[in-house]
Design a protein around this ligand. Structure first.
Ligand code: APR
Length: 278
């Protein structure tokens, strides 16, 4: 299939000499763990067509995060920032969960001791969960328990700059003029995307639940993150400090590779269906 110019060609699974052994070791660790934390980054959505941030054609390769993803940028030019998030919402809105999202969704629905923490704002984990549970075979309690802990917010939610109200919003954004930008239905103040921007603190409650999940985990499975952005990148270290181990799945080495007891090279959409016990 001719790849679209903007589509990043995903490397096939890297046949490293001992990759079968690594897969077996990782499966054993995951299979015997009582509690597992799965931490995901943009790489888990790459095979769905969502660009990563720092990879080839990554979003931050051709744009300056300071101009688009900081409170100062929004203050200076809310229309430009909304154009950017409107573009991302539209692009991501057309993407579908891939086999990695589906494998994770099934595992979190099947096993209450598996928690998912994601840095992603694309909503594909949530979509995979909804679809996996759409046949009604899982009780509502497992669905809500399987909801991902979203560290960085969501492209499909807004937050009011006046009253702080948060609202689900999948509509296209009208960026014709500053006057047409989304406004709060409660207090009429300007709405902003409900994502965590550079220089902003994470929601303390959300961060606390992620920290607790990391400290309780016997295995932290890290999938598709460059592990450069904190505090997310510190969560696997918390698992290790609490006596657990780190398993990594990534197409490339990252700063977590030397921390991981097993690091598997290859695309998440190919590796996870074979790695996760579902
Ligand atoms: N399967 C597995 N890993 C992949 C795949 C794939 N198909 N494709 C790319 N990767 C890996 C890359 O090698 C890289 O290590 O995914 C990682 C993506 O890294 P980034 O683009 O830096 O994304 P992420 O780590 O999620 O960024 C963290 O930075 O820009 C902020 O808030 C934003 O949440 C984001 C945070």
């Amino acid at each position: 299939m001719e790849s679209r110019p903007d589509e990043v060609r995903q490397p096939d699974e890297v046949q490293e000499p001992d990759s079968a052994q690594r897969m077996d070791q990782a499966r054993r660790l995951l299979g015997s763990a009582r509690r597992v934390l799965i931490l995901t980054g943009a790489g888990v959505s790459a095979e769905s067509g969502v660009p990563t941030f720092r990879g080839p054609n990554g979003l931050w390769r051709t744009r300056r995060p300071e101009e688009l993803a900081t409170p100062q940028a929004f203050q200076a030019d809310p229309k430009l920032v909304w154009e950017w998030y409107g573009f991302r919402r539209e692009r991501v809105g057309a993407c579908r969960p891939n086999k990695a999202h589906v494998a994770i969704a099934r595992l979190t629905l099947e096993n209450e001791n598996v928690r998912l923490v994601t840095q992603n704002v694309d909503g594909l984990h949530e979509l995979a969960l909804e679809e996996a549970a759409s046949d009604g075979s899982y009780p509502a309690a497992s669905l809500s328990r399987a909801e991902p802990i979203r560290l960085h917010g969501s492209l499909f939610r807004t937050r009011c700059t006046g009253c702080g109200d948060r609202t689900l919003d999948r509509h296209p954004v009208d960026v014709d003029s500053e006057a047409s930008l989304p406004q709060c239905k409660k207090c009429a103040a300007l709405l902003r995307p409900d994502v965590v921007w550079f220089g902003e603190e994470l929601d303390p409650q959300i961060l606390q639940s992620a920290i607790e999940a990391a400290e309780a985990a016997e295995v932290c499975l890290v999938v598709g993150t460059s592990a450069l952005v904190h505090p997310a990148a510190s969560l696997p270290l918390l698992t290790r400090e609490s006596g657990g181990v780190v398993v990594e799945v990534n197409t490339e080495a990252t700063p977590l590779t030397e921390v991981a007891v097993v690091s598997i090279r290859g695309p998440a959409g190919k590796i996870l269906p074979r790695l996760l016990p579902v």
